[in-house]
Design a protein. Structure first.
Length: 355
């Protein structure tokens, strides 16, 4: 038996290199992974290694109680044929980082023919595999103890099978948990890999491209916040703000079926409830919101053509809020959160986003 305790991300090596080396050496037929958090990029990275190693069956169990494990990672795992379970019933966080390789899975022993066990600090994330300072114990066959197999079985049995309905419910919970997290905290937790910082006016870094569909952490069906830049708008009397594409779909969902004249009551930043009017255009996915002139900062937006209009739906209270945010930290927090979650887009004149 060969085994060692090693650090990664401290002296130049990476956990990715360690994991890949041991997988290629052991070449297990099945792999089980029990981790606290899984990021989208972490899933893609590990899948490539497992495919390269010729692994036939993969099982994954991860925490969803903290709203950190990425729904796209869970979706990708199930679409790849992995058996996935999630844990949200423990008093605390489901927090192991255990990777086992074997000849086969076993209902009562966990696995048969254990060939590889790795335990330590790394989650299944981009940071853990490529950047973070981590520590791990690895052991390769022949093994004389079944403790790793039993530990894996304990972790697997505490999880509940991931169903389509459970995944949809989790996506909404994930959106709720990440609604107020600082962009830098999203990176720290592994929800996002990097933070593309905006300017005070809300412009993304030079050269930043809108994300592709597969990169978006939160779909419009799960989001409850939508925002759009005020660099352009229409309306000679009321300020008419258009929310493009996904941002418009978020508002159509949270606003519900419109009244005959499209009016809806929304609480504004000054605490007053005002009647707005809206319309959704099916042919291009645009959502137009007519903003009363008495809303704070409407005249400022007309004069400066800057800032963003932000709408939020608080599901637990059943309250819709609207606010115009001028350039500054509050605006940057909203925009940077969308940049980190990759839930933003761009028209020729302005940005928009949702989460």
């Amino acid at each position: 038996m060969s085994s060692s305790i090693v650090t990664t991300g401290i002296t130049g090596n990476t956990y990715k290199a360690l994991f890949r080396k041991q997988m290629l050496k052991a070449k297990p037929s099945v792999v089980g992974m029990a981790v606290a958090y899984v990021s989208a990029s972490g899933f893609n990275l590990v899948k490539d290694i497992l495919d390269e190693s010729g692994v036939g069956e993969v099982r994954l169990v991860a925490d969803t109680k903290d709203g950190v494990t990425h729904p796209k990672a869970l979706e990708g795992a199930t679409e790849s044929g992995w058996k996935v379970r999630v844990v949200d019933t423990l008093a605390g966080t489901f927090h192991p980082k255990l990777y086992v390789g074997a000849d086969s899975f076993h209902d009562t022993k966990g696995v048969s023919g254990l060939s590889l066990a790795i335990a330590g600090s790394p989650n299944l994330s981009h940071g853990a595999f490529l950047k973070n300072g981590e520590c791990a114990f690895w052991s390769i066959a022949p093994h004389t103890r079944d403790s790793a197999a039993q530990a894996w079985l304990d972790c697997w049995n505490v999880g509940a099978p991931l169903t389509n309905s459970k995944l949809k419910d989790y996506e909404k919970y994930f959106a709720l948990r990440n609604r107020y997290r600082k962009p830098e905290d999203l990176v720290l937790l592994g929800v996002a890999d990097t933070v593309a910082k905006s300017t005070a006016a809300g412009s993304p870094p030079k050269g930043a491209a809108p994300p592709k569909a597969a990169q978006k952490a939160i779909s419009e069906t799960a989001a409850s916040v939508a925002w759009a830049g005020l660099q352009s708008f229409t309306g000679e009397y009321n300020l008419q703000v258009e929310f493009p594409k996904e941002a418009g779909l978020v508002l159509r969902r949270v606003f519900g079926t419109p009244s005959k004249d499209g009016s809806i009551d929304i609480r504004c930043a000054d605490g007053a409830v005002r009647t707005f009017k809206y319309k959704f255009y099916d042919h291009n996915g645009m959502f137009r919101l007519n903003v009363p002139n008495s809303v704070p900062l409407v005249e400022w937006a007309r004069e400066n053509k800057a800032g963003i209009a932000c709408v939020e739906h608080n599901e637990s209270l059943g309250v819709l809020t609207f606010e115009i945010l001028p350039p500054g930290q509050s605006l940057m927090d909203v925009v940077d959160r969308s940049l980190a979650l990759e839930t933003w887009g761009r028209t020729p004149t302005r940005l928009y986003g949702w989460y």
